[in-house]
Design a protein around this ligand. Structure first.
Ligand code: F6R
Length: 360
């Protein structure tokens, strides 16, 4: 049950530090060595390209892991929207490896791609929260997120859990390949820091509630902007806000705004900027924020420690750059939750939506 929580979503947001620590004990031993199925590691090592297929938040989680996966496995990662790939695959590489990301393991759009992958006799891995689910049974391999049941329609702990699970896979593959970068990436330590960073953000709920009250209570639209990894988080942040608060929100690559979309900025349009601890990217995103402020936007800056400036709104404790999608998404989950709550909506059961989408 949800205990003393008003909604499952808030309970599930709060569970994320525990999910991170549980993943450490599932996929690493007491010395910090990876415990990832050797067959999975070998299958990824043999691939010349990783195809991640998913829908919605799980698709966004694939992006959240892409930079890390490519850096540690030295293998290009391509993302596919399941509902599009179901019609037919694009030209595949010579040795593809498919990863299906699915909280429920029951998403019909993803399954129809898996059916084609199996017809082609290609290897696949399902990363899911539900043991024995359809996508788990039908893929070659499974890695479990182990986040515990996710009841709220809006997915939170599955997103962060999927990225963390893929981190273990990425490091295990990189180490098996003898890559220095993978050996030096102290995932157990770094993920513990992520858990702490999440806890620090969770203690800012009142401040976040106030920011929502001042900026998002009546608006019809909003923007999340960021660059690189922050852009990927912006995609997820905007999906979360849209689905439970019905605020129309775009997640945009900060540098693309000026190529057209900036014409939508009006007086008081909320622009939420995500700025992680990457000096070059941070400076550019701040420039883009100023461009919107010059057109009357009300800017809200969510910044990772190391790049903070006077007047920034939410500061997120710094983590390893590979894992910043996990820590940077937390304030945006709370923003979506608060916006829905303060508007008096049913946070856990938004209109028109079901938890698992079992139709194509
Ligand atoms: C968003 C959300 C959906 C799901 C999507 C995929 O909060 O919950 O976008 O992420 O329907 O579902 P799974 O991960 O179960 O395949």
């Amino acid at each position: 049950g949800k205990g003393t929580y008003p909604f499952y979503m808030l309970k599930e947001i709060d569970e994320q530090p525990t999910v991170m620590r549980k993943l450490i004990s599932t996929y690493a031993d007491e010395n910090g060595a990876m415990k990832v199925d050797a067959e999975i590691v070998k299958a990824v090592q043999e691939a010349d390209r990783i195809y991640i297929i998913a829908a919605g938040t799980s698709y966004n989680a694939g992006f959240g892991a892409k930079i890390m996966l490519e850096a540690l496995t030295n293998t290009p990662v391509e993302l596919g929207v399941a509902s599009e790939w179901g019609y037919g695959m694009p030209l595949l590489s010579k040795k593809p490896f498919f990863i299906f990301l699915s909280q429920s393991g029951e998403t019909a759009d993803s399954r129809q791609v898996l059916v084609k992958v199996n017809e082609l006799g290609l290897p696949s891995l399902t990363v899911t929260n539900v043991p024995g689910s359809t996508l788990s049974r039908e893929a070659t391999y499974t890695m479990l997120i182990g986040a515990g049941p996710e009841i709220a329609v809006a997915s939170t702990k599955a997103y962060t859990g999927q990225i963390a699970t893929l981190a273990f896979l990425a490091k295990a593959v990189g180490e098996a390949d003898g890559k220095e970068e993978a050996k030096e990436f102290e995932l157990v330590k770094e993920l513990s820091l992520v858990a702490q960073s999440i806890e620090a953000t969770l203690s800012e709920k009142e401040k976040i509630a106030q920011i929502v009250k001042e900026n998002l209570l009546t608006t019809r639209n909003a923007f999340y902007i960021g660059r690189k990894q922050d852009y990927f988080v912006a995609m997820e942040a905007s999906l979360k806000l849209k689905e439970i608060s019905y605020v129309q929100c775009e997640g945009f690559a900060a540098g693309e705004l000026k190529h057209g979309t900036i014409s939508l900025i009006e007086k008081d349009t909320p622009v939420l900027a995500l700025i992680s601890n990457n000096p070059e990217v941070a400076a550019h995103t701040r420039g883009n924020v100023m461009e919107t402020v010059a057109r009357g936007s009300s800017a809200i800056v969510i910044v990772e420690q190391g790049q903070e400036r006077e007047g920034d709104d939410i500061i997120v404790n710094a983590v390893h750059p590979y894992l910043s999608a996990i820590s940077m998404v937390i304030p945006t989950q709370l923003i979506a939750y608060e916006t829905s709550m303060q508007r008096g909506l049913d946070v856990d059961k938004p209109r028109n939506l079901a938890k698992a989408v079992t139709v194509e």
